[in-house]
Design a protein around this ligand. Structure first.
Ligand code: CP
Length: 312
C-alpha cells in the first residue's frame, strides 16, 4: 500500500493507518542496517537535500544516512553556510534548490510552520525535521516504533513525558502520536514550562513528577530548551534536577519493566541522572537506531514506495 502523501509535516495530518504503514515499513528497513553491505538500490537516481537552519546531530545524520542506505544522492546545507547569511529569503533559497530538481527537501527551521510554507510552494516532497516549538514528526514516529518494538503495541500504555513541555516540539508530536495509537499520555513539568491548552492534544497534565511516573510503562525525559526560552524559567539546574529530574528513586515508582526514553541531546545530571540514562531500563540508543529506520521509511514512502519494501 502506498502512502499517497507528498509531504510529512506533522503527526496531526497522519491517520492511524498511515502511522502503522510508516512503522511497518520502518520495521522492514531496520534489517538493511544489519547487513554486511548496508545499501539497497530502491531510491537510485533520487536526490535528497538536507536543509538545516538549526543544530542537529541525530536527525541530520540519520536522514543523510537513510538516503545513502537507499542509494539516493544526498547533500546537506546548514543555515550559517548558506546564502541566507547574505540576506536571501527561505523561499528564494528553496526555489533555487528546486531549480536543481531535488526529489525531497528535509527542513529543520526555528520558525513553526516553515516546512508547511515550503511544502505549499515546492514540487519536491518536504519532510519536517523539526520546526520551532511546533512539530518533530520523524522523532515521534521513531519513538512510537521503539515502544512498539519493546511492547508489541502502544494501546493502553501509560506514557509520562516530563520536562520543558512549552518549548518541546517532541512533546507535542509525541503527545499526538501516542494518544492517536491508544496510549494514555501524562505531561509533567514546572508550571512555567507547561503551555495553556496542551491537554487538548489528549494528555493529562500535572506538575507532580511522582504522580506522572507512578505505574508508568514508559517515561520520556526532555531537556530544558534554553535556546527557546526568552528568560530562564527555573532558578537553578540543581533545583530543577531535585524537583523534576529522573533518578533511580523516581524510576522505582514506575512499572518494574518501565522503558526510559529521551530524544537527545541529554543534559546528564539535570533532567536525567547518568545511572538512569545508562541503566537497564534505558532504550535511548534504540531510539537512535530506529531513527535511521523511520527516516529510511519516510524517504521511501514519500517517493512512492509501498508497505513491505522490496529491499533485496
Ligand atoms: N532528537 C533530535 O532531534 O536530536 P538532534 O537535535 O540532534 O537532531
Amino acid at each position: 500500500m502506498p502512502l499517497n502523501k507528498k509531504d510529512i509535516l506533522d503527526i496531526a495530518s497522519l491517520s492511524v493507518e498511515e502511522i502503522q504503514l510508516i512503522l511497518d515499513t520502518a520495521d522492514s528497513m531496520r534489517e538493511i542496517s544489519e547487513r554486511p553491505i548496508k545499501k539497497v538500490p530502491v531510491l537510485r537516481g533520487k536526490t535528497v537535500v538536507l536543509f538545516f537552519y538549526e543544530p542537529s546531530t541525530r536527525t541530520r545524520l540519520s536522514f543523510d544516512l537513510a538516503a545513502k542506505r537507499l542509494s539516493a544522492d544526498s547533500l546537506a546545507i546548514s543555515g550559517d553556510m548558506s546564502s541566507l547569511v547574505k540576506g536571501e529569503t527561505l523561499l528564494d533559497t528553496a526555489r533555487n534548490i528546486e531549480a536543481m530538481r531535488p526529489d525531497v527537501v528535509v527542513l529543520r527551521h526555528a520558525f513553526s510552520g516553515a516546512p508547511h510554507f515550503l511544502a505549499a510552494r515546492l514540487k519536491a516532497s518536504v519532510i519536517n525535521a523539526g520546526d520551532g516549538t511546533h512539530a518533530h514528526p520523524s522523532q515521534a514516529l521513531l519513538d512510537m516504533l521503539t515502544v512498539r518494538q519493546h511492547r508489541g503495541s502502544l494501546a493502553g500504555l501509560k506514557i509520562a513525558i516530563v520536562g520543558d513541555i512549552a518549548h518541546s516540539r517532541v512533546a507535542r508530536s509525541n503527545c499526538e502520536g501516542f494518544s492517536k495509537m491508544g496510549a494514555q499520555v501524562v505531561l509533567a513539568g514546572p508550571p512555567t514550562m507547561m503551555p495553556k491548552g496542551i491537554e487538548n492534544l489528549g494528555a493529562r497534565v500535572t506538575a507532580d513528577i511522582e504522580a506522572a511516573v507512578a505505574d508508568a510503562d514508559v517515561i520520556m525525559m526532555l531537556r530544558i530548551q534554553k535556546e527557546r526560552q526568552k528568560r530562564f524559567m527555573i532558578s537553578t539546574e540543581r533545583e530543577y534536577a531535585r524537583h523534576f529530574g529522573l533518578n533511580s528513586q523516581r524510576v522505582s515508582l514506575a512499572k518494574k519493566d518501565v522503558l526510559i526514553m529521551h530524544p537527545g541531546p541529554l543534559n546528564r545530571g539535570v533532567e536525567i541522572a547518568p545511572e538512569v540514562a545508562d541503566g537497564p531500563h534505558s532504550i535511548i540508543l534504540d531510539q537512535v537506531t530506529n531513527g535511521l529506520a523511520v527516516r529510511m521509511a519516510l524517504l521511501y514512502l514519500v517517493l512512492g514506495g509501498g508497505r513491505n519494501a522490496d529491499t533485496d
